[in-house]
Design a protein around this ligand. Structure first.
Ligand code: NAI
Length: 345
């Protein structure tokens, strides 16, 4: 699935091999990252984890949720594994996740979405790759309060960002033998901004031998629920990409199994689709699969493909033996599930 990114060749010599930044996040973040670190260590991969804290916990001591040391660490190591970080809703500091992606110019959010063994859902043979633009759109954070009863957010879309994400989607599709790219917009309503995203995708597609399909985001959501098998690579602006990613996670068993990566020209940050799940934090209930699948792709990315493959096999064997966390209908705790994967390595 991640053949091209997984080869590691492109990055050989560029990355400081096995010095990797770890952002443990908050909520369920520390539980799932501890689980994943245990599994990676048991698989025999030696990684020098450069552990960095971020989010609400560091504001008091450092005056910002995203201190420069975090950015510097990723710049130094080129690769990071990241757990979710809570963002206050409706008030408070700007999302650490959004800032990190922006500061490191991690312009593509790549979220492959496929069925895992023995994870029961209504859908079979789902195999969709969400490619989400990661730096602009409503996430630029350009908002203002006009008066007490009126607020506005600017949806900013540029040709350069739209063309480079379209190019990323097509390059990925070609290198991974995908059949088509579907660009998802609301260009009937947001004629200028989404119109520009669509036009950019059309222009870029002319350089490739793959078909570009076009769909409006509302219809796309309905079609995904009715027949996800018709889709291959989805190309979306930031906000629709965020929403549709969660919808796609729902097709394959939920957020507990949905992996992801933020890839830029120089750096890559691997992280699950899900957030910090405050409702189950600290209860040993979290499913570490999404984080583990993201970490497996990180291992592929740094050239540790064999270890990645072993871990994936152990994970699949665990699921096949019906050892599952509560979100998948099982009764294993996060640590029991992790122990079982280690046993199966
Ligand atoms: P969420 O993804 O944290 O949780 C949604 C639902 O899925 C909850 O019921 C949760 O228990 C469940 N869930 C998520 N991950 C799970 C796992 N690994 N195992 C079992 N169940 C899991 O979304 P929510 O509640 O909307 O957001 C919580 C916080 O996370 C917010 O502050 C949000 O801003 C932040 N967030 C951070 C992200 C990141 O760091 N990249 C991404 C998305 C949200």
């Amino acid at each position: 699935m991640w053949k091209e990114l997984g080869s590691g060749d492109k990055y050989k010599g560029k990355i400081n091999m096995h010095n990797i930044t770890l952002i443990k996040g908050d909520g369920i973040g520390p539980e799932i990252s501890d689980a994943v670190l245990r599994i990676i260590k048991s698989a025999g991969v030696e990684i020098n984890w450069d552990v960095q804290t971020a989010g609400a916990d560091v504001i008091e001591t450092e005056g910002t949720p995203l201190p420069d040391r975090v950015i510097e660490s990723v710049k130094r190591n080129k690769v990071a594994l990241k757990s979710p970080v809570t963002t206050p809703i409706g008030k408070g500091f700007r999302s650490v996740n959004v800032q990190l992606r922006k500061e490191l110019d991690l312009y593509s959010n790549l979220r492959p979405c496929y069925n895992l063994p023995n994870v029961k859902t209504r859908y079979e043979n789902v195999d969709i790759v969400v490619v989400r633009e990661n730096t602009e759109d409503l996430y630029a954070g350009i908002e203002r309060q006009i008066d007490e009863d009126t607020a506005e957010s600017i949806k900013r879309i540029t040709r350069s960002a739209s063309e480079r994400i379209a190019k990323f989607a097509f390059d990925y599709a070609v290198k991974n033998n995908r059949k088509s790219v579907t660009v998802v917009t609301k260009a009937n309503i947001c004629k200028l901004s989404d119109g520009l995203f669509l036009e950019s995708a059309r222009n870029v597609s002319k350089n490739y031998g793959l078909p570009l399909k076009e769909i409006l985001v509302d219809n796309c959501c309905m079609q995904l629920v009715q027949n996800p098998n018709q889709f291959d690579v989805l190309l979306l602006p930031n906000l629709y990409g965020d929403i549709v990613s969660d919808l796609c996670a729902g097709l394959i068993g939920g957020l507990g199994v949905a992996q992801g990566a933020n890839i830029g020209k120089d750096y890559a940050v691997f992280e699950p689709v899900h957030g910090s799940a405050p409702d189950i934090a600290g209860q040993n209930k979290a499913n570490p699969t999404a984080m583990l699948m993201s970490a497996i792709e990180m291992l592929n990315y740094i050239g540790e493909n064999k270890a990645g493959e072993r871990i994936k096999k152990a994970l699949f064997k665990t699921l096949e033996a019906d050892v599952k966390t509560a979100d998948l209908g099982g009764s294993a705790t996060c640590s029991e599930f992790t122990d079982e994967i280690i046993k199966n390595l």
